[in-house]
Design a protein around this ligand. Structure first.
Ligand code: HEC
Length: 287
């Protein structure tokens, strides 16, 4: 009864032993994920490897495969192939030398398209991720050297900094600013209105953004523009349905002088009548 079973098992083993191991198969199991024949991908191409390791450098090839070093800083570190037996590594080496005969390395496409600074007309508004503000912030890049971070969540300016380059792009994640912000709004609430602002969007007026938001019954339009000098910016507020008496808390960090064409300042707080609040302009100047 047991004979046929034994017979089958034997033929099975025989069949396996008849397929001789090939360097190509070993390469496909162990190396293909990172090494392509004639293009540089995760690791160098087989063409490049064959150039560095001709037949007489077999020992060095094995040494590298078992304990890889670090040569190309732009690539990941190659994991050790010490689990692959020497005879398999030698077969892989022979396969590499054979398969690359008469082959040249193809120019590979860059993995990431190179970042080029966009040629942009100033001013412009970008949706990018800026540090120390809500993720829903926008960058307002003004002519001159000023960039404002406008937070659409709190509907106010988080900070202003000198951005020497027009390097902000949509979707970009900026881990660090090119210079420390020199102005930051610190008052707990910017408007003396009880409700939280709801952001409604912005439109561009000659390239300058006019932000639009609602606080309770009051609708606010906040147009940001350059002032008369490179380090000056202006915000023109247009309020629909303002309360009879209304104030803005302009407390801030940084030596910036703020003036208003309407209303009265008491310290950092600007108070306006409902009529004045319909339209007024603040000027921010850095000395
Ligand atoms: C997970 C990816 C990965 C796998 C799998 C891999 N390698 Fe590599 N290999 C690399 C990287 C990355 C480099 C380039 C390292 C550097 O230059 O710092 C490299 C470089 C090499 C080099 C060139 C060394 C030199 O001196 O320039 C050889 C040879 C090599 N690998 C052989 C192999 C062999 C053989 C296998 C399979 C048994 C294999 N690699 C599997 C990633 C890999």
């Amino acid at each position: 009864m047991s004979r046929p079973i034994l017979f089958l098992a034997l033929t099975g083993q025989f069949a396996l032993a008849q397929t001789p191991p090939t360097g190509e198969a070993d390469y496909q199991v162990n190396c293909i994920a990172c090494h392509q024949i004639d293009t540089k991908t995760g690791g160098p191409s087989l063409v490049a490897i064959a150039e560095t390791y001709p037949k007489e450098k077999e020992a060095e090839f094995l040494a590298w495969a078992k304990a890889p070093g670090k040569k190309d800083l732009a690539l990941i570190e190659m994991p050790s192939m010490a689990h692959v037996p020497d005879d398999a590594l030698i077969r892989i080496h022979d396969y590499i030398l054979t398969v690359t005969t008469d082959k040249k390395e193809q120019k590979s496409k860059p993995q990431f398209p190179q970042f080029r600074e966009p040629h942009r007309k100033l001013p412009y508004v970008v949706h990018c991720f800026l540090p120390d503000t809500s993720p829903a912030s926008l960058g307002v890049v003004l002519p001159g050297n000023l960039t404002l971070c406008w937070d659409t969540e709190s509907c106010r300016v988080s900070y202003v900094w000198h951005n020497s380059k027009t390097n902000l792009a949509n979707g970009m994640w900026l881990g660090k600013l090119s210079s420390k912000p020199f102005y930051r709004e610190t008052g707990e609430a910017f408007f003396s209105l009880a409700e939280k602002p709801t952001y409604l969007g912005f439109r561009l007026i000659e390239g300058y953004p006019e932000f639009h938001y609602r606080i309770g019954e009051t609708e606010v339009r906040d147009l940001i523009r350059n002032g008369s000098t490179a380090d000056t910016w202006q915000r023109t507020f247009t309020l629909t349905n303002p309360p009879a008496k209304f104030s803005l808390n302009l407390a801030h960090e940084g030596s910036v002088t703020i003036t208003s064409d309407k209303g009265k300042f008491t310290g950092d707080v600007l108070t306006l009548t409902g009529d004045e609040a319909k339209s007024f302009t603040l000027t921010f100047s850095k000395p």
